[in-house]
Design a protein around this ligand. Structure first.
Ligand code: SF4
Ligand code: SF4
Length: 201
């Protein structure tokens, strides 16, 4: 927890740009949901500045707060002072990681499984997508919901179950050939990134 924080090495003009006017508050979805100053852009910037000033350290509570921010940057567009929230936010999140403030074996495992493995191995990701598609297609999802089984799950799992993505019956690689030959004389060559999860959902 005592590793040097990068927030402290930022140009201080970035950290003190916020004039606490509150113009960003109505645009922030997390503030809108909780009406808690800590969950607002202004509150988060104050926390970041306190870290930079060595009044606070990147604690788990700070890490949770940085994770709770969606990074949508709606606040940045609304800010009349031109606060560089993206720069602050990215630096703060990097500090949270560097300090290991949110370290937990389950979190590490899930990150490895998703970011380190599934998203970098399209075949495995598509295999998982196919399983999810099957789960829905044979009516298992509906049956589990009708029986009220999600009620017995822990809250986080229950929330996740509700968000189970609707998987397409065909994925991009089945719909788009690796190279499409135009019928007329080609004018330009275009590359299309099919992405990872959006390829399935
Ligand atoms: S709008 Fe900009 S200056 Fe005003 S409180 Fe929000 S971040 Fe600070
Ligand atoms: S990035 Fe989005 S969620 Fe985060 S403080 Fe700004 S408006 Fe709120």
């Amino acid at each position: 927890m005592n590793s040097p924080v990068t927030l402290a090495s930022l140009d201080y003009s970035i950290l003190q740009q916020c004039m606490h006017c509150g113009m960003c508050l109505p645009t922030c979805p997390t503030y809108d949901a909780t009406k808690n100053e800590q969950h607002s852009p202004r509150g988060r910037i104050s926390l970041m500045r306190a870290i930079a000033d060595a009044q606070l350290t990147p604690t788990p509570a700070f890490g949770e707060e940085m994770s709770y921010c969606l990074g949508c940057l709606a606040c940045e567009s609304a800010c009349p002072a031109g606060v560089d929230y993206a720069h602050l936010f990215e630096t703060a999140r990097a500090d949270v990681e560097r300090a290991g403030a949110l370290d937990h074996p389950l979190r590490k495992g899930m990150r490895w499984l998703t970011l380190g493995f599934l998203f970098t191995h399209p075949r495995w990701l598509r295999g998982l997508g196919r399983l999810l598609w099957f789960y829905r297609a044979i009516g298992l999802q509906r049956m589990i919901r009708d029986l009220g089984i999600p009620r017995w799950l822990p809250k986080n799992w229950r929330d996740l179950e509700r968000m189970t993505p609707v998987i397409r019956s065909k994925f991009s690689h089945q719909l788009i050939r690796p190279v499409e030959i135009p019928r007329t004389k080609p004018k330009y060559r275009v590359g299309l990134l099919t992405g990872c999860v959006q390829d399935l959902v």
